[in-house]
Design a binder for this molecule. Structure first.
Ligand code: SF4
Length: 310
């Protein structure tokens, strides 16, 4: 089974968007000056164990400029590099609903008023939304293409505790239900290779997210970035890292367990190269993605293939 008129055995988000809009659509990452309750002392001041203090911001241009300037820069770069023609403003750094609703409105309006922007994707924590904020975000769906991306990482409480997420799986489920009531697309972020998770645990995350009806999934591999609390544990030998082939196999298993209509926003996330300590093999991301394609082909399998097999 191939997806989006492409030679792909999974529902890649970039292909899905091209099908939807007929042109290349690109997400321009933004840092709109948010922080995070898991860093500012509200929940903790230590942050998630894998977070380097940059709040997962992955763009190479400076983040101390206005939203319009960041968009101008990001759009110009992606027009040139990827031949993109339409753009989504991606509020990526930290928790992008973690301000009073009036301020959120002002921030989102700045991005959506840009002439080249057709919508937005808002990355946040499930404990940083409420009805007022979700109503505001839902109001944009009338005229724009809108996604909410919830950091979850795993459905298993033992893992949420280990990575110091500071919220439970139940918090995610409640936020998801409130978001779905308002017809906002939801993407859940997950991490494969968390210590103490078996492959069965990871596949259960895929199965449950599918059952809950998320619209998209962003899949990361646990990697060790400098300036994170993982570094010390890694050097103490307490963080077994997945080998490349193991990740490829697990990612394929994970895809087979997700419903086919769930869009895959990322399949092997990584940090900025200079900032990444391990695993070294992830710096060649294209090799990993090719291996995933190849293994699905060898298995003659596709996203959703094992969805109904318990
Ligand atoms: S929720 Fe996001 S920004 Fe906050 S500590 Fe965790 S990874 Fe970092």
């Amino acid at each position: 089974m191939f997806f989006n008129n492409k030679d792909k055995r999974y529902n890649r988000f970039s292909d899905y968007l091209r099908n939807l809009y007929g042109v290349k659509v690109y997400k321009v990452t933004l840092d709109a000056g948010f922080t995070c309750p898991n860093r500012d002392g509200t929940i903790s001041n230590e942050g998630c164990i894998f977070c380097d203090g940059g709040g997962s911001f992955s763009q190479l241009y400076p983040n101390n400029i206005s939203i319009k300037e960041q968009l101008d820069l990001g759009i110009a770069l992606s027009k040139e590099k990827y031949k993109a023609q339409k753009f989504l403003a991606y509020f990526q750094a930290y928790s992008n609903t973690y301000k009073p609703v009036k301020e959120l409105e002002n921030i989102y309006n700045q991005a959506l008023s840009h002439e080249d922007v057709i919508g937005m994707s808002i990355g946040t924590r499930p404990d940083c939304v409420d009805s007022e904020k979700l109503d505001l975000i839902a109001s944009y769906t009338k005229n724009h293409y809108v996604w909410l991306e919830y950091g979850l990482q795993s459905i298993h409480e033992k893992s949420l505790k280990f990575i110091n997420r500071g919220h439970s799986f139940e918090t995610f489920v409640n936020a998801l239900k409130e978001t779905q009531k308002r017809n906002i697309n939801v993407c859940a972020h997950v991490i494969l290779g968390l210590p103490n998770e078996t492959k069965q645990d990871m596949l259960e995350t895929a199965k449950v997210l599918g059952d809950l009806g998320v619209n998209g999934v962003k899949i990361h591999l646990l990697c060790v970035l400098n300036n994170t609390r993982l570094v010390k544990l890694y050097y103490q030998g307490k963080i077994p890292m997945m080998e490349e082939d193991e990740y490829v196999e697990t990612a394929c298993d994970f895809l087979e367990m997700l419903p086919p209509d769930v869009t895959i926003h990322r399949l092997a996330g990584n940090g900025l190269k200079p900032n990444m300590l391990a695993p070294a093999w992830l710096s060649k991301k294209f090799v990993v993605l090719n291996k995933i394609d190849k293994l699905l082909e060898i298995r003659n399998s596709f996203q959703g293939a094992k969805r109904n097999i318990s």
